[in-house]
Design a protein around this ligand. Structure first.
Ligand code: HPA
Length: 275
């Protein structure tokens, strides 16, 4: 079979989604652990299962079918991914970030991305919310490797402001209005799926990381390549390996993310109309 070009795959996926919803989404949402509940707040949501979108990656994990939701939240047209893809599941970085290409094609101007992350900065506490100021790509994989289609973005995209200064400021102002403050720092992306060793966490701290996780970076790189403005948050769900004298578990991560979800959701809902 002849290989379908990236441009053609994006066009077909976007056309299938556009056929289901007449609205133009302005804001893309890729939300990590705990925040899937935002889906329930989308008014008159149009739901498109991933498997009905040509060339969309399909989750292999049972119970994580995955669907796109399009509709209005707080007066803004959003496109939300309910279920995201990670490279540790075996997806290539360009598959993980393909939905961002499709978002761009559909009209998305801003990407709001969240994740659960381990706290590397020892002054952080479990439950803190961190605005991502920048990232370190310790996945050592990059979705932009390969032939570059100049109609999608430049060959050598600038990453000097991967996370929008304007939106970071807005996030801090909004949190202050809600009566709490946000941390801000550098997110280091590791491949996973094993959690890091204490030695890796010491290294990450030395090189300037404040939080560590296994997602987000592929999507953000493609968003920037495509000229989409990005706002990213990490929920500090645990202190990274070796900081506390206790093992890490996925259950702990989920529990902590669940505990702050109302606060986190409140922040996102308050930011959306101001983006
Ligand atoms: N390390 C990597 N990814 C994570 C962590 C962590 O400690 N917590 C949540 N996601």
């Amino acid at each position: 079979m002849e290989k379908v070009s990236l441009l053609e795959r994006i066009d077909q996926a976007a056309a299938a989604i556009a056929a289901r919803s007449g609205e133009t989404p302005e804001i893309g949402l890729i939300l990590g652990s705990g925040l899937g509940i935002l889906a329930d707040l989308i008014e008159d949501a149009v739901v498109v299962p991933y498997h009905e979108i040509p060339f969309f990656p399909v989750s292999t994990v049972e119970g994580h079918a995955g669907e796109l939701l399009l509709g209005k939240v707080k007066g803004r047209q959003v496109l939300m991914m309910k279920g995201r893809f990670h490279t540790y599941e075996g997806y290539e970085p360009d598959a993980v970030s393909f939905p961002v290409r499709v978002m761009k094609k559909l009209g998305v101007k801003t990407l709001l991305v969240t994740n659960a992350a381990g706290g590397v900065n020892e002054s952080f506490d479990v439950g803190d919310l961190m605005v991502i100021s920048d990232h370190l790509n310790f996945m050592f994989r990059n979705p932009l490797i390969g032939p570059n289609d100049n109609s999608l973005g430049v060959r050598f995209p600038d990453m000097s402001e991967a996370y929008s200064k304007r939106l970071r400021k807005l996030a801090h102002e909004t949190a202050a209005e809600l009566g709490f403050s946000l941390r801000e720092g550098v997110y280091a992306a590791m491949s996973g799926p094993a959690y890091e060793t204490p030695a890796e966490i010491r290294m990450l701290r030395i090189v300037g990381s404040d939080a560590v996780g296994m997602s987000t970076v592929p999507e953000v790189m493609v968003a920037r390549h495509a000229g989409i403005e990005v706002l990213g948050f990490s929920c500090i769900s645990n202190m990274a390996a070796g900081i506390l004298d206790q093992p890490l578990s996925h259950a702990e991560v989920m529990e902590a993310a669940d505990r702050v979800k109302d606060k986190f959701l409140g922040l996102i809902l308050a930011i959306l109309p101001k983006i």
